[in-house]
Design a protein around this ligand. Sequence first.
Ligand code: PGA
Length: 239
Amino acid sequence: MPALIVGNWKMNGLGEDIAEIAAMAGSGARSVWIAPPFTLVDRAVIVSAGAVKIGGQDCHAKDKGAHTGCVSAAMLADLGATFVIVGHSERRRDNGEGDADVRAKVTAGRSAGLEVILCIGETREQRDAGDTNAVLTAQLAGSLPDEAEGLIIAYEPVWAIGTGLVPTLDDVAAAHAHIRGRLVARYGAAGHGIRILYGGSVTPANAADLLGVADVGGVLVGGASLTAQSLLAIAAAAP
Ligand code: PGA
């Protein structure tokens, strides 16, 4: 499986930035996915013409209804999005989302036919306390759906996101091995087929090392995904 390079634009991007997605799509790079803000999903789907898969950064757990300001997985699929990110630590922090909320969103995304990137990760305090594995276990137990199909996990240490700090390669390997163990315990053989991404301060400079770690199936990239030049440099670093 070629490494999967997923860009999360967060609350960045205006109409003029669509040119970056067009450049990514025109580059011929394989396995590049972008989650622009909701406001750009429609245009991004059109300019990428399938060469870059476009997804949402979140979705509501319900298909429709009285939820002002929210976007459903069905709406994303209707625009031509093919995936959705759920459980990002910024959503957990800013919107108080817990594992049960995240699980409901995973289920909504799958029901709408989207691939779902489920984000988990420990805080600095939890790592320093030696609780990383316990935190990951609990997050998975609370948020994994019934079926493994269409599921991708993103391991994103909260303290590594947007900080320029990255775990050691050994720590990344250990976390991914732990997550793999939980996935196999939950889904049996199907747990081996679930891709696990690393996220948190991935750059063109560190991508080759991170993508070379055992069981790192790709990367989830924030700041370094905003330009085609930077994201394509990360994609080029993939083994
Ligand atoms: P970062 O963000 O690459 O800017 O650290 C990663 C993420 O939040 O997915």
